[in-house]
Design a protein around this ligand. Sequence first.
Ligand code: MN
Ligand code: MN
Length: 391
Amino acid sequence: MNESVIQERKQPRSSNSLQPIKGNRGAPIMGPSNPTREAENPDVLVPPDTDHGTLANLRWSSADSHMHLSPGGWGRQTTVRELPASPEVAGVNMRLTPGGVREMHWHKAAEWAYMIKGRARITAIDQNGCAFQDDVGEGDLWYFPEGIPHSIQGLPPDGTEFLLVFDDGNFSEEETFLLSDWLAHTPKEVLAKNFGVPVSAFDHIPEKDLWIFQAEVPGPLEADRVAGAGPVPHTFSHRMLAQEPIRMKGGTVRITDSSLFKASKTIAAALVEVEPGYMRELHWHTNVDEWQYYLSGEARMTVFASQNNARTFNFQAGDIGSVPFPMGHYIENIGTTTLRFLEIFRSDYFADVSLAQWLKFTPHALVRAHLNIDESVLAKIPTAKTPVVGG
Ligand code: MN
Ligand code: MN
């Protein structure tokens, strides 16, 4: 994308807003249009000439997700219902005020999370009564296996916002097993018998579920500690930002899968930072679909689907992207600030194949016979995998 297009898309609605025109092709839009959205998606309005075919939509904006508001916070989800091309993974963007609680619950899917802002206290127990409590901050992860009960609470001063990822595209944050919901649907004499107390002990339980509710800000973690039957065998939290990244000219990559974060058996992730002008190299993944969450910056991605099919999409903060297994793709920073995004996989391991490394490590005469390129192109490829390139 050239400089004038970058400038143009930042301008408000005007007669010279971005139009579907390229050289002698196209014409200005005469009918209804949405210049703001068109400017956010310049490579959709004026696709690269290499795009072709009927590849499904692979982008969703959190701004288009239904917002579930509650005292104490909110949640908005992106599932296979919002993004049909992504059946393996669903995501929920959630906010909790200081003291705000995502109530004690469990569900069928495993839950992985990335802390976007603020601080939170998380709790869980496992099937052996081993207990877990931790305070997490920006760049921290958690993972709760399927069926394991847990809670999340916002901490001072600002509460928290985070991304939840579930290993099932059909997941619904509205269909979880809530503590208050269960007790409201159990005869009180049964509750009394279960706990060995009088029925009157349950006179004031909620009549319906809480989901997210406002509570008092909790005290220090040490004061909140419960030992349980011991600690969980593999901790449910991980400090992803504390990992030393793979550093390259133009970016960094942190990869977290079950080799580092042992509890995380079904979700692997990479946190990628790409400086302006650089890009995540041409590659594909050998195991599963990729599900992306854009944290900051502006990007474009072209997905190659074989059979003459390729389509380009634009992304900005809060967007979700999807790359069906095992389609080729790159992600280019087309903005003026650092591009940061998460690559997420329903797998216990991260795996990608680099196009450059494939060419480098195949007999060069054979590669040259395919592409009619000069040996100098192959000579320039480093032997070490370089996930971020360009500049
Ligand atoms: Mn949950
Ligand atoms: Mn990828």
